[in-house]
Design a protein around this ligand. Structure first.
Ligand code: ZN
Length: 152
C-alpha cells in the first residue's frame, strides 16, 4: 500500500497539518463511497478531480468531507494519483473509472436499487429505499441523495 505523502493534509496537497481523528472519520466515509461506486482503471482520469469527487462523496454521506480526506482515502485504497498541475495545487486526479457511479444515476446511492418515477419517491420528495431502507431525497436531475444511511 502506498503511504500518504508528507505534504498531504486536510486541505489536500501542500497542507502540512496532520489528519485528526475527525479527519479520519471523513476518510472512512470516503473509502466507503469509493468502494461502493468506483473501480480502478489503467490510466489516470482527468474527470476525477479530487475537489469534485469530494463533493459527490459528501452529498452521499450527508456530511462534510475535506478534499484531503478524499485524496487520503483513495491513496489508502491503492489508487494511483497525480497532483493536479499548477503551483501549490491542493487537488489530485486518480486512476478511477466513473462508469459505476454514472450507472447509479436514479438509483439508491446506498445499495444501487433503481428508485425512479414509478416508486413513491419523486422530485423534491423524500422517502426510504425499498431495498436497503436508506432515507433518500430526490434532488434535481434525478440524483438521489442519502439523508440517512441504513444501519450497517
Ligand atoms: Zn437502497
Amino acid at each position: 500500500m502506498t503511504s500518504r505523502p508528507e505534504n498531504l493534509g486536510p486541505n489536500g496537497f501542500e497542507d502540512s497539518r496532520k489528519f485528526t481523528e475527525e479527519d479520519e472519520s471523513q476518510i472512512d466515509l470516503c473509502k466507503r463511497w469509493i468502494s461502493t461506486f468506483i473501480e480502478p482503471r489503467k490510466t489516470l482520469n482527468d474527470k476525477t478531480y479530487s475537489y469534485g469527487m469530494k463533493h459527490i462523496a459528501e452529498d452521499w454521506a450527508g456530511s462534510y468531507v475535506s478534499n484531503g480526506a478524499f485524496i487520503a482515502a483513495a491513496i489508502d485504497l491503492g489508487y494511483r494519483y497525480k497532483q493536479a498541475q499548477g503551483k501549490k495545487n491542493p487537488n489530485a486526479i486518480f486512476n478511477m473509472s466513473l462508469k459505476g457511479y454514472e450507472a447509479l444515476w436514479k438509483r439508491c446511492p446506498s445499495c444501487g436499487k433503481r428508485v425512479g418515477e414509478n416508486t413513491r419517491i419523486k422530485g423534491g420528495e423524500t422517502g426510504s429505499c425499498p431495498k436497503c431502507h436508506a432515507e433518500l431525497l430526490w434532488e434535481k436531475e434525478g440524483i438521489l441523495k442519502v439523508t440517512k444511511l441504513p444501519d450497517f
